[in-house]
Ligand binder design. Structure first.
Ligand SMILES: O=C(O)CCC(=O)C(=O)O
Ligand SMILES: [Fe+2]
Length: 156
């Protein structure tokens, strides 16, 4: 269950995951990547739940470090903007058997801006863009329709 509040250039989302007597039979959130630039995440109640998919180790829990700690995840628009140098992180959320968990997230949507893969600097002469230019609004519409296939739809 989540609550979102939008302003012109930002959004705060609060997620609530009630405890679940049978955590192996339910997911808090199905696997996905986040759609915008960066996701800044705060986990409360010292309850783990967030997992990221690591190439060699599979699903790996990201436990809360302390109440003051924030987790910063790379999301899709930064993936595209960096021409794949910073891949967006595939993640999911498990539920806890006894503890209610709440997380808070910030995003930075700029729905009218154009995302252009950055390829021209002295260090990467000759690197070609992997993705076409895409407006944030168009990207979000594509993702809503095609989910994880979206990168292949804007790839050259
Ligand atoms: O609750 C979390 O730790 C992550 C939430 C999340 O991935 C999302 O809302 O996109
Ligand atoms: Fe997410």
């Amino acid at each position: 269950h989540s609550i979102k509040s939008f302003e012109s250039t930002g959004a705060l989302q609060l997620n609530s995951y009630p405890y679940c007597p049978n955590p192996n039979h339910a997911l808090g959130l199905a696997p996905h990547t986040d759609s915008l630039f960066l996701t800044i995440l705060h986990q409360t109640n010292n309850t783990k739940g967030l997992q990221i998919l690591k190439k060699d180790q599979g699903w790996t829990s990201i436990a809360p470090v302390s109440n003051d700690a924030l987790i910063v995840n790379v999301s899709d628009l930064l993936h595209i903007l960096s021409n794949g140098e910073f891949p967006s992180v595939y993640h999911r959320v498990l539920v806890d058997q006894t503890k209610h968990r709440v997380s808070g997230l910030f995003f930075g949507p700029q729905v009218d801006s154009m995302i252009v893969p950055l390829v021209s600097s002295e260090d990467n002469v000759g690197v070609v863009p992997k993705y076409r230019n895409v407006k944030v609004k168009e990207y979000l519409d594509l993702k809503a329709k095609h989910l994880e296939k979206v990168f292949s739809m804007i790839r050259f």
